[in-house]
Design a binder for this molecule. Structure first.
Ligand code: ARG
Length: 489
């Protein structure tokens, strides 16, 4: 009895909830939507906003117009559209470019994304020719093309910024080729190095970053257009000519792959992450060196800020912020990887989520590199402080061992002899170079008066004069090699 009475109820409830779900007040599960009272608009308005990308993908407008023009020219060459249509499209696109440049273009949420915004405006300006532009094309291959074109240009500009930063490192390295500082392992004074040599380590890191970007660019620079929605098109298109006009090195060979994969953006984010790894290491060193405990360097005031409460403070905000930005860029890399993971072929709307992390990665890496190029120019070493620190940790102990090897002692025996000498100096509270010759000879009779040349910081660095070593002469040669590399860039 009870079950009979209650039976029509769920059926009616289901009909009602379906209706309400259509009206936007219920979720598909029949539950009132948590936000229904908060939003004045019906659900389709929210979906419109939720799915729209124009607010951020409008930065692809330049690439979108270039891609559309190349597509239209190919369509006309293949007689898929008329010469008159092409002329109208070219005229319309020129007007649209002007509107966008002047900030007069009326971007509309109704038109969802950059592609439809431009296409609708084109049709408004030139009529039916605008409606023919999308022949043999889909937004799926269009957006993939736009992102690749845009990213290719940004890679070129980031690589140029790396060159500027590297040039600055070379200038500073040659200026400070003779400045001796302690080199560290485990944050303990290890052996003396030159400040120029230390800076050149970063030159090398950024050189590899530049190579990585060049390599990534090769895979970015392939044309997806022609894949259409996913399967290609029935029109007799000419993909090679479009690729040539747009400066793509080759075309994507498989239409399904062309519209779906964003591995090129992930690769870029990985390369950008490594740049931030390098910048964050450099930042960390600058922060430590600038601290009053070290005082190895000074940074110009324009890169520092004071404290609102402690009047004496000068904080290295810029390197700290760059160190922090690394987390942001790594986050974008993981975001893009996760976005792609498990996506079935071919295009899915998930891919619209590639843009904000990609754009923010581009902006962040560019800003960090730009500010760092300027920052490097302002780093001033404090040679006395560096020197004093290098004299503290028996930094020339290895040199003494090498000296003994030169006198015929086996390296392992020399190592042991020096270890004992270091212990004695430590007990006396002095450096190895401060021990009298007689005391040193107690450890090995092979030690002669010429040993003191080996125990000085300058002698130590000057002897590491092979390629890749820290000797001032080698630093100068490395700077010259680096300059030649940059000149070829
Ligand atoms: N705004 C879209 C994106 O960024 C463009 C492609 C849309 N394609 C589609 N079938 N909904 O991915």
């Amino acid at each position: 009895m009870a079950s009979r009475q209650s039976k029509p109820r769920p059926a009616r409830a289901a009909r009602v909830s379906k209706r309400k779900a259509r009206a936007g007040t219920l979720s598909s599960a029949g539950l009132p939507k948590a936000w229904s009272g908060r939003f004045a608009e019906p659900v389709d308005e929210l979906v419109k906003r939720f799915t729209a990308s124009v607010s951020f993908d409008k930065r692809l407008s330049g690439a979108d117009i270039r891609g559309s023009l190349a597509h239209a020219r190919m369509l006309a060459a293949r007689k898929i559209i008329s010469a008159g249509d092409l002329a109208a499209i070219e005229r319309g696109m020129a007007a649209i470019s002007r509107e966008i440049a002047a900030g007069r273009f009326a971007w509309s949420l109704e038109a969802e994304d950059v592609h439809l915004n431009i296409e609708q405006r084109l049709t408004a300006l030139v009529g039916d020719a605008g409606k023919r532009l999308h022949t043999g094309r889909s937004r799926n291959d269009q957006v993939a093309t736009d992102v690749r074109l845009y990213l290719r240009d940004e890679i070129d500009s980031i690589r140029a910024t790396l060159v500027t930063l590297q040039g600055q490192l070379l200038d500073s390295a040659s200026k400070y080729a003779d400045v001796v500082m302690p080199g560290f392992t485990h944050m303990q004074v290890a052996q003396p190095v030159t400040f120029g040599h230390h800076l050149l380590a970063y030159f090398e890191m950024f050189e590899r970053d530049r190579e990585r970007l060049a390599d990534c660019r090769r895979r970015v620079n392939r044309l997806p257009l022609g894949a259409a929605a996913l399967a290609g098109t029935t029109f007799p298109i000419d993909r090679e000519s479009v690729a040539k006009e747009l400066g793509f090195e080759s075309i994507c060979e498989n239409s399904l792959d062309a519209v779906s994969d964003r591995d090129f953006a992930i690769e870029f984010a990985a390369a950008a992450s490594l740049i931030l790894v390098h910048l964050s290491r450099f930042s960390e060193e600058l922060i430590v060196w600038m601290s009053p405990r070290y005082r190895f360097i000074t940074l110009p005031d324009r890169f520092c800020t004071g404290s609102s409460i402690m009047p004496q403070k000068k904080n290295p905000d810029v390197p700290e912020l760059v160190r922090g930005k690394a987390g942001r860029v790594f986050g974008h890399l993981v975001g893009l990887l996760t976005l792609m993971k498990g996506q079935p072929l071919a295009y899915n709307k998930d891919n619209q989520e590639d843009k904000e992390p990609l754009f923010d990665t581009i902006d962040t890496v560019r800003d960090c590199l730009t500010v760092f190029a300027d920052l490097v120019a302002g780093i001033r070493p404090v040679p006395d402080r560096m020197r004093a620190a290098a004299l503290e940790g028996f930094a020339t102990a290895t040199d003494l061992a090498d000296y003994l090897v030169g006198k015929g002692v086996a390296f392992r025996d020399a190592h042991e002899i020096v270890a004992r000498a270091v212990r004695a100096a430590e007990q006396k509270g002095c450096d190895l170079a401060d021990l009298p010759l007689a005391a040193l000879r107690d450890f090995s009779p092979r030690i002669g008066v010429d040993v003191f040349d080996w125990l000085t910081l300058e002698g130590s660095v000057a002897r590491r004069k092979h390629r890749g070593g820290t000797a001032p002469a080698q630093v100068r040669l490395a700077v010259a090699r680096g300059k030649r590399r940059l000149a070829r860039a």
